[in-house]
Design a protein around this ligand. Structure first.
Ligand code: AMP
Length: 284
């Protein structure tokens, strides 16, 4: 098995990129890699000559009261997974390599980030778009691999890539789940054993609502919202952050469900915030 080359500096990555031959796929991550990340890496390795994985816990996308300090950083495990999956390069920069002193630019994709996580986490998507644009300028990939698990993030990056003519194909990959339906997330390890038992309730409630939409019986977003609350509170102690019905491309709220939509949800179990989403296609 060919080894993975590890770069910590932009200059090293730049030299590698200048010499790289063939197509390049890119998987940006914050590390603590799990089977969801692994699926993105596998897909990139299958579709490209070379795959770059980045691991960067991006301070710019965390709010002051969020978990930047305690975000898991199991470096050796992450490196082993990249090696196992056949990534060519692991880019693991220090914050100072991405944000030199007096860094003063930011990228905001207007509209797509207005609701859902954009509303709950002010500034979060500016941090995401800024770092992803910088990484794309550095890696110059032919294809960029993102997870549907973060549907709004994927919609924002897709729009940024189109608006700014970045010339990268964006590939959005399905959400990888535990057997009980819980979406894999680096933050799942914060859950207590009791919370872990309850956690699949978020996806269960989303699926039940998606079924309600699919039957064509419920077309009103407010009614779907009530149904969601009923399903979720049947498995308390959830604290709902948001539930909503979104246009899958623009991420704007939809009131009358007469076309395919995405059901979006975020909720807390204790101090852990979980997000998930589900497609819902109404029978017309
Ligand atoms: P993160 O490390 O959480 O920033 O995620 C890095 C990339 O992996 C993003 O494109 C995520 O959407 C994607 N990802 C995270 N969890 C999953 C999952 N369970 N299934 C598929 N993709 C995922």
């Amino acid at each position: 098995m060919a080894g993975v080359q590890i770069f910590k500096k932009n200059s090293e990555l730049r030299d590698w990129r200048l010499k790289a031959v063939g197509s390049v796929g890119f998987v940006p991550t914050m590390g603590a890699l799990h089977a969801g990340h692994a699926a993105l890496i596998e897909r990139s390795v299958a579709e490209n000559d070379l795959t770059v994985v980045s691991v960067f816990v991006n301070p710019m996308q965390f709010g002051p009261a969020e978990d930047l300090g305690r975000y898991p950083r199991p470096w050796e495990k992450d490196e082993a997974l990249c090696r196992l999956k056949g990534a060519a390069t692991l880019y693991w920069p220090e914050p100072s390599d991405i944000y030199p002193p007096f860094f003063s630019s930011q990228v905001e994709v207007l509209g797509v980030g207005d609701h859902w996580c954009g509303r709950s986490r002010p500034g979060h998507f500016i941090g995401v778009s800024t770092v992803v644009l910088k990484l794309l300028m550095r890696v110059k990939p032919n294809r960029l691999y993102l997870g549907q698990k973060d549907a709004q993030q994927a919609a924002i990056i897709t729009k940024m890539v189109a608006d700014l003519d970045l010339g990268t194909e964006v590939v959005v990959c399905p959400t990888v789940r535990e057997l009980d339906g819980l979406a894999l997330s680096s933050r799942n390890q914060y859950l207590t054993a009791k919370e872990r038992e309850i956690a699949p309730g978020l996806h269960r409630a989303l699926r039940l609502c998606a079924k309600g939409v699919q039957t064509g019986l419920i077309k009103d977003s407010k009614a779907i919202g009530q149904l969601f609350q009923e399903h979720l509170s049947s498995s308390s102690p959830w604290r709902l952050d948001y539930f909503g019905v979104a246009d899958p491309v623009t991420m704007q709220p939809v009131e009358l469900i007469d076309k395919p939509v995405r059901l979006m949800a975020a909720a807390f179990l204790g101090t852990t915030r979980l997000i998930d989403n589900e497609a819902a296609n109404p029978r017309i």
